[in-house]
Ligand binder design. Structure first.
Ligand SMILES: Nc1nc2c(ncn2[C@@H]2O[C@@H]3COP(=O)(O)O[C@H]4[C@@H](O)[C@H](n5cnc6c(=O)[nH]c(N)nc65)O[C@@H]4COP(=O)(O)O[C@H]3[C@H]2O)c(=O)[nH]1
Length: 802
C-alpha cells in the first residue's frame, strides 16, 4: 500500500470536502459521539499500541469542528480541534496517512501536540467508514519519536481499522436495538394503557347503563368492583360510603372481601389512622399503604387484616363535584405491593366512576321522589297513587278480591289557611297526613292529591267492615284538636268511600265515585263518611243534564227573581228587599237555588246568571225607587267566582247602575261567609273597591263558617246576616241566643248593621228585639214574594211601610 509522504501532500481546504454535509449527517446518525468509553474500542486501541509499540492509539471521530476520541487510552485529551489534528486529513483519503516526523510535515509541524508536550513526532492513521462509505473517523497511532511503518504494519493498521469500522457500525446497530427495545417497552406500555382505558370505558358504559336503568346503587357499585376484579384477578376491591351522619363508613360494595371483614368495617368512625379507607375518607386524600402489617394507620386492625389475608391497601376518596367526600374506593392485594402509575390511574378512574354512580343515583332518586311524593307532607302524590291504584286494580281482578278507595276532604280548610296563614295551613296538612298514616295499615296508601284533598287506597279488602273501621278511626283522629304554633285548631273531614268492583269497573270511575261519595258526605253535614251509592251515579247524570238545561235557562226566560222583605225590627216596617233567584224548569218545575247555584258555579254559568240577576235587580230597584221611595234598596246574592280577576262583572255592574241612573247605594251585595273566606284577599280587595263606589256589602250566613267575630273588622262590610240556623235554635238561655247576642254586640261596636235571617216565630222576633238586633227577615214576617205580591204588600198594608 502506498504511503503519503510530506512532499506528496498539498494541504486541502477541509471546508471544500464535497460530501461533508452528508458525512456529518451519517456520523450523527451513528449516535456514537459523546458516548461513554467502550471496551470493544479500547481493545482495538490497546492491540494497536502493543503491535506498533506506540504510547498512543486512537479511535477518533471527525465531527464538524472537532476530533472526538471514542477510545484514546492514556491520552491527555478526549477531543481536540479538527484543524489541530492530522486525522482531519486522514479522512480525505482511503489510504493510510503516515507522517514519519511531524516536525518535518507542513500539516503538523506547528501543532501544539508536536511543538509542546507530549511532543509527538510520529503519526499514522487510516479512515474508518460507516455503512454508507462515509469516512467518519480514523484509527491512528502516535509516537514520541519519528519512525515509519513497514508495509506489513500498514496492512495490520488497515485491518485493525476494519475491525474498528465494524464496531462503529455494530455500535449503531446495538443502539438501534436498544432503541427498538425501548420503543417496544413504550409500545407495550401504551398498549397496556390503551387496554386499561378500553376496560375502563367498557366498565363505564356498563355502569352508565345500570344507572339509566335505575338499578339500585348497591348493584351499580358491585358492578364497578366486580368489573375491576375481573380484569385484575390479583386485586380485591371495595367501595365504602360515608353514612348520612357524615362520620361513619358503611359498606357500598366489597363482594370479594370476607364477610367478617365487611362486618367489622360497617359503622367504623372515620378518622386518622383508621386503616387506609377511614383515613382517606377523613382526610379526603389518597392513602397508599404498601405494607399493612407495618403501617401505623393499620395498627389497630393488623389482626383483622391478617385474618382476611390482606397485604396492602391503596384507598382513594370518592368525591362529588363540590369536593365533598362520599366514600372511598380501595384496592387490596394479598401481598405487600407498590402501586404503579397505571394502578394510580385505575384507582382514580374507579373512584370517579363510583362518584358518578352515587351522584346520579342520588339525583335520580331525588327526581323520582319529587315526581311521586308530595313535597309538603311526604305522602304519595296523585301521580304515584294512580300507578299504585292501577296495579292494585289488576291484582284485585286477578285475585278476585275487593279494593276500597277513600276520598277525604278537610272541612273549611280554606278558612284556616286564609285566616291563620299558609304556614299554619301547611302544618295542619302535615299533621293530618301523619294522623292518616296512623289510622291505616302498612299495605294501605295514603296520598295527598293537592290542597286539602287526600286519598286512601285499601287494597286486598278481605273484610268490608275494615273500611268503615278505618273511616271511623280517621274521623276521630282528625277531630282531635291540633296545636299548631300558638293556635288550637279544630277540623273535621268528609270522607267518600267507593269499593271496587261493586261501585266502578275502572280506575277513573272509581276515583270519580269516591269523590262523589265525599260530596255526599259534605252535603250530609260534613264530618262524616259516605259510601258511594247507585243513587249518586244517577245524581251525577242528573247534574250533567241540569247543567245543560241551565245553559239555556236565561234565553228561555226560565229564570226569575222573587223578593223577600227585610224589616226594621223595632218598627216592623219594610227596610229593604232581598232578591232571590228562581228557576222554573220546563219539565221539573221549580228548582231551588240551593240545588242549581252550585251547578252554575261548577260550570262557570254563574257569571252570566249573576250579571242577569244584577241587571234585573237594577231595573226593579229603579222602578220601586220611582214608585215608592227614592232610597229603596235591594240586596242581591253573589258568588265569589263573580269577583275573580278574570271577570269584568264588577266593572259592568257600575256601568249598569249608571245606565239606570242609580246611585251605587241602590244595591247591596251579599256574599256568604264561607265562600268569602276562599280567596279572601282578592275578593276582599274587589269588594273594597265596590264599596268605595257606594255599594253596600253584606256577609251572608254569618256564623256557619270559620271566621271569628274578631275577624269581622278585617272585612269591608256594612251588614252582617246572622244565619237562620242560629236564629231558629234560639230560646231563652240557649247557647245560640248567647252567640246571636255576641254577634249583635260585636257588630254594633264595629258599626256594622245586623240582619237576622229565618225568623219564624214571635218568640224569635222578641228575643232579637231584646238583644238590639236592628233588622230581620223570615217567614214570620214575609216569605219571598213575586214582584206583584211585593207591590201588593207595599201598597195595601199600612203595617208594611218603607
Ligand atoms: N227555613 C226558612 N228559610 C227562609 C226563611 N226566610 C227566608 N228563607 C230562605 O232562606 C234563604 C235566604 O237566602 P240566602 O241565605 O241568601 O241563601 C240563598 C242564596 O245563598 C242562594 N241564592 C238565591 N238566589 C241567588 C242568586 O241570585 N245568586 C246567588 N249567587 N245565590 C243565590 O240560594 C240560597 C237559598 O235561597 P232560597 O231557597 O231562596 O232561600 C232563601 C229564603 O227563601 C225562614 O224563615 N225559614
Amino acid at each position: 500500500m502506498p504511503v503519503r509522504q510530506w512532499k506528496d501532500v498539498v494541504l486541502p481546504d477541509l471546508t471544500l470536502f464535497k460530501n461533508e454535509a452528508q458525512r456529518l449527517l451519517a456520523l450523527q446518525a451513528l449516535n456514537i459521539l459523546d458516548t461513554p468509553p467502550e471496551e470493544r474500542f479500547d481493545r482495538i486501541t490497546r492491540i494497536a499500541m502493543q503491535v506498533f509499540d506506540v504510547p498512543f492509539a486512537m479511535v477518533s471521530l471527525v465531527d464538524a469542528n472537532r476530533l472526538w476520541f471514542k477510545s484514546s487510552p492514556g491520552f491527555y485529551l478526549t477531543e481536540t480541534s479538527r484543524s489541530q489534528s492530522l486525522c482531519g486529513y486522514t479522512i480525505l483519503t482511503d489510504q493510510v496517512l503516515m507522517v514519519e516526523d511531524t516536525l518535518l510535515d507542513r500539516r503538523s509541524a506547528d501543532k501544539p501536540w508536536v511543538v509542546e508536550a507530549p511532543h509527538l513526532r510520529f503519526y499514522a492513521g487510516i479512515a474508518i467508514k460507516d455503512n454508507q462509505g462515509f469516512n467518519i473517523g480514523t484509527l491512528s497511532i502516535l509516537d514520541h519519536r519519528p519512525r515509519t511503518l513497514t508495509p506489513e504494519q500498514i496492512a495490520i493498521l488497515t485491518e485493525l481499522a476494519k475491525v474498528a469500522e465494524s464496531e462503529v457500525n455494530a455500535a449503531d446497530l446495538s443502539q438501534v436495538t436498544a432503541k427498538l427495545i425501548q420503543s417496544k417497552k413504550q409500545l407495550h406500555q401504551a398498549v397496556a394503557q390503551l387496554k386499561q382505558n378500553e376496560q375502563l370505558n367498557r366498565l363505564r358504559s356498563q355502569v352508565l347503563e345500570l344507572i339509566a336503568r335505575s338499578e339500585p346503587l348497591a348493584a351499580i357499585l358491585t358492578a364497578i368492583v366486580s368489573g375491576i376484579e375481573l380484569e385484575y384477578p390479583e386485586m380485591m376491591c371495595s367501595i365504602l360510603l360515608i353514612d348520612d351522619s357524615g362520620t361513619k363508613l358503611t359498606l357500598g360494595a366489597a363482594p370479594s372481601m370476607p364477610d367478617f371483614y365487611n362486618q367489622a368495617v360497617e359503622g367504623l368512625e372515620i378518622g386518622e389512622n383508621v386503616g387506609s379507607c377511614g383515613t382517606s375518607a377523613y382526610k379526603g386524600q389518597r392513602v397508599v399503604v404498601e405494607d399493612i402489617a407495618s403501617h401505623p394507620s393499620w395498627a389497630p386492625y393488623t389482626e383483622l387484616a391478617a385474618r382476611a389475608q390482606l397485604g396492602s391497601c391503596w384507598s382513594e376518596p370518592i368525591v362529588d363535584p363540590e369536593g365533598k367526600v362520599l366514600g372511598t374506593f380501595a384496592i387490596y392485594h394479598k401481598e405487600k405491593s407498590t402501586p404503579s402509575a397505571r394502578d394510580f390511574y385505575l384507582i382514580e378512574q374507579s373512584a370517579a366512576l363510583a362518584s358518578i354512580s352515587i351522584e346520579r343515583t342520588r339525583a335520580s332518586k331525588l327526581i323520582w321522589q319529587q315526581a311521586n311524593f308530595d313535597s309538603l307532607t311526604g305522602l304519595t302524590n296523585r301521580n304515584l297513587v294512580r300507578e299504585l291504584l292501577k296495579t292494585a286494580l289488576k291484582n284485585s281482578r286477578r285475585n278476585q278480591q275487593k279494593l276500597a278507595l277513600i276520598c277525604l276532604d278537610l272541612d273549611h280548610f280554606k278558612g284556616v289557611n286564609d285566616s291563620l296563614g299558609h304556614n299554619i295551613g301547611d302544618e295542619l296538612l302535615i299533621e293530618c297526613g301523619k294522623r292518616l298514616l296512623n289510622c291505616t295499615r302498612e299495605s294501605d296508601t295514603v296520598a295527598r292529591l293537592g290542597g286539602d284533598e287526600f286519598l286512601i287506597l285499601i287494597p286486598d279488602l278481605r273484610d268490608e267492615t275494615l273500611v268503615e273501621e278505618i273511616a271511623g278511626k280517621i274521623l276521630s283522629a282528625l277531630s282531635q284538636p291540633f296545636q299548631l304554633q300558638q293556635e288550637l285548631i279544630y277540623v273535621s273531614a268528609s270522607l267518600g268511600i267507593a269499593i271496587f268492583p261493586d261501585d266502578a269497573a275502572d280506575l277513573d270511575d272509581l276515583l270519580k265515585n269516591a269523590d262523589q261519595a265525599m260530596y255526599g258526605a259534605k252535603s250530609s253535614g260534613r264530618g262524616c263518611f259516605h259510601y258511594f251509592t247507585p243513587g249518586m251515579r244517577a245524581s251525577i247524570q242528573n247534574r250533567i243534564t241540569l247543567i245543560n238545561d241551565l245553559r239555556n235557562a236565561i234565553s228561555n226566560q226560565e229564570l226569575s227573581l222573587v223578593y223577600q222583605p227585610i224589616f226594621e225590627i223595632s218598627s216592623q216596617k219594610i227596610y229593604k228587599a232581598e232578591a232571590l233567584l228562581r228557576w222554573h224548569h220546563p219539565s221539573r218545575g221549580m228548582i231551588s237555588p240551593t240545588d242549581f247555584i252550585p251547578l252554575a258555579e261548577e260550570s262557570g254559568l254563574i257569571i252570566e246568571i249573576g250579571d242577569w240577576v244584577f241587571e234585573q235587580a237594577c231595573l226593579q230597584v229603579a222602578k220601586w225607587r220611582r214608585q215608592y221611595a227614592d232610597n229603596f234598596q235591594i240586596s242581591i246574592n253573589t258568588s265569589p267566582l263573580q269577583y275573580r280577576s278574570n271577570t269584568d262583572s264588577p266593572a259592568d255592574w257600575l256601568a249598569w247602575l249608571a245606565k239606570h241612573r242609580l246611585d251605587a247605594g241602590a244595591l247591596t251585595l251579599e256574599i256568604t261567609e264561607n265562600l268569602m273566606m276562599t280567596d279572601y284577599d282578592k275578593i276582599n280587595q274587589r269588594l273594597a273597591q265596590l264599596r268605595q263606589s257606594g255599594m253596600e256589602i253584606s256577609i251572608d250566613d254569618f256564623g256557619t263558617g270559620y271566621s271569628s267575630l274578631s275577624y269581622l273588622k278585617k272585612f269591608h262590610i256594612d251588614y252582617l246576616k246572622i244565619d237562620k240556623s242560629f236564629v231558629q235554635k234560639m230560646s231563652k238561655d240557649s247557647d245560640d241566643l248567647i252567640i246571636c247576642e255576641a254577634m249583635v254586640v260585636m257588630a254594633n261596636k264595629l258599626g256594622i248593621k245586623v240582619i237576622a235571617e229565618g225568623i219564624e216565630s214571635t218568640e224569635q222576633m222578641q228575643l232579637l228585639k231584646d238583644m238590639g238586633c236592628q233588622y230581620g227577615q223570615g217567614y214570620w214576617l214575609a216569605k219571598p214574594l213575586t214582584v206583584e205580591q211585593f207591590e201588593t204588600l207595599l201598597g195595601s198594608n199600612t203595617r208594611y211601610k218603607i
